[in-house]
Design a protein around this ligand. Structure first.
Ligand SMILES: NC(=O)c1ccc[n+]([C@@H]2O[C@H](COP(=O)([O-])OP(=O)(O)OC[C@H]3O[C@@H](n4cnc5c(N)ncnc54)[C@H](O)[C@@H]3O)[C@@H](O)[C@H]2O)c1
Ligand SMILES: O=C(O)[C@H]1O[C@H](OP(=O)(O)OP(=O)(O)OC[C@H]2O[C@@H](n3ccc(=O)[nH]c3=O)[C@H](O)[C@@H]2O)[C@H](O)[C@@H](O)[C@@H]1O
Length: 386
């Protein structure tokens, strides 16, 4: 750790970070990185800490004096402002961010992504503290190309689908398509942060993650989450593979996504943390434009990779089609395609993702198999016995 310098060759001084939502998927990887590779301190705020337990215990860990867990629900806890004041930088990750909730719990989704984030922005602005806020690629909504006729040659033109932070519009469906409650709340908090920067001098960075995936993402229903819960696609498909049941393709699995390995994405966040002069005032797409697949292709790849890492044969019928209404309920809608433009993050931070989709699926599914295969077998044999 000695002699670490920023992108401009200046020494990096240790700072204290108030990380809200530190116990989640991204937070756990960011805490791991900060503890193992930097001298920074973390005040880790969350309602859960299962995913960072390995960083908190035992107390003999070399970084034990640099990470402190505060079990706080930011909706209603007066200790939050004190923690933000104690820190040099606040990173806000806390949010409801699983699509199954957007149309079924739209109020919770809007409160979590907008109302609950408001005091965090306010405390940072009033106390002159820097803020890194986690938004989403969903603020872009649908591509312009999605509205062209299916056979239009313009659909092949990147001008109609590549998503640029400072140029692309935000295109959501109608109000009854409650899927967009999340994207709309995230967009409004982005606009508020941007305005705090413009009018009150808040030092901010906004991150728009594009489908970051890897170990510890979400939960496996019935094992470390509710049996009826619907996590994001990586955990849905992992659950199906572990239980040897067909992967469910929503509305034909035609939507396209670019997936990025969590460890590549965390490198980008660390650059933002340690290069404030280059990151402040910017909105950054963080994704891997080279890893694009349809959801159907993702299912095929995961089936193949899981068979390799588990040694089990693939199912004869590896996928089944399911309508979005059946799977998510009324009010679901989808982003058609998500290719991040990388110009701004490249220019400001010189960052590029490295890991191919095959490689990241291999390491992630190896983790899923090691972590869950035995527990699933036991749960399934209990169900059969009953
Ligand atoms: N994973 C991705 O690819 C992705 C993509 C786009 C945006 N994001 C955004 O990044 C952030 C983190 O995502 P994640 O994938 O790590 O999700 P996650 O659900 O794993 O983590 C969120 C954490 O916030 C905590 N939290 C929620 N409400 C809270 C509250 N009121 N008080 C205290 N803690 C609370 C949760 O307990 C959870 O541990 C979210 O804002 C999400 O919208 C993530
Ligand atoms: O990860 C991101 O960058 C953002 O996008 C996600 O949204 P989405 O990509 O639609 O979420 P997933 O649940 O991972 O779904 C991806 C696609 O797979 C499909 N899907 C999902 C689950 C399943 O079992 N089968 C299936 O076909 C969905 O319909 C969707 O088209 C979530 O909104 C957020 O976590 C985040 O803001």
């Amino acid at each position: 750790m000695a002699g670490r310098v920023d992108l401009d060759g200046n020494p990096i001084n240790p700072i204290t970070i108030c990380m809200i939502g530190a116990g989640g998927f991204i937070g756990s990887h960011l805490c791991e990185k900060l503890m193992s590779e930097t001298p920074h301190k973390v005040l880790a705020v969350d309602v859960y800490n299962d995913k960072i337990k390995h960083l908190l215990e035992p107390a003999t860990l070399t970084w034990a004096d640099r990470i402190q867990f505060h079990r706080i629900n930011i909706k209603n806890d007066s200790r939050l402002e004190g923690l933000i004041k104690m820190a040099d930088l606040t990173i806000n990750l806390a949010a409801i961010c699983t699509p199954a909730d957007y149309n079924t719990r739209p109020l919770d989704t809007i409160y979590s992504n907008f109302i609950d984030a408001l005091p965090v922005v306010k405390y940072c602005s009033e106390n002159g503290k820097r803020l890194i806020h986690f938004s989403t690629c969903e603020v872009y909504g649908k591509t312009i190309g999605a509205f062209l006729p299916k056979d239009s040659p313009l659909r092949q033109d990147p001008a109609y689908y590549v998503l640029k932070e400072d140029a692309s519009p935000c295109i959501f469906g109608s109000i009854e398509k409650q899927r967009w409650s999340y994207a709309c709340a995230k967009q409004l908090i982005e606009r508020l942060i941007y305005a705090e920067g413009a009018e009150n001098g808040l030092e901010f960075t906004i991150v728009r993650p594009f489908n970051w995936i890897g170990p510890r993402m979400d939960f496996i229903p019935g094992i470390d989450g509710p049996s009826e819960g619907v996590p994001r696609v990586l955990a849905c498909f992992s659950n199906n593979l572990l239980r040897r049941e067909p992967l469910k393709l929503v509305d034909g699995g035609e939507s396209q996504r670019t997936f990025i390995y969590i460890k590549d994405a965390i490198e980008a966040v660390l650059l933002m943390i340690e290069n404030p002069a280059r990151a402040n005032g910017h909105i950054f797409n963080v994704g891997n434009p080279n890893n694009e697949v349809t959801v159907r292709q993702l299912a095929e790849m995961m089936t193949q990779v899981y068979s390799k890492v588990s040694g089990e044969s693939s199912l004869e019928t590896p996928t089944i089609d399911v309508s979005s209404k059946e799977f998510y309920g009324e009010g679901y809608d989808d982003s058609d395609k998500r290719i991040p433009d990388m110009t701004i993050i490249n220019k400001q931070l010189g960052w590029n993702p490295k890991t191919s989709l095959w490689d990241l699926l291999e390491s992630t599914l190896t983790y899923q198999h090691r972590t869950y295969a035995e527990a699933i077998k036991q749960a399934m044999s209990k169900t059969t016995a009953n």
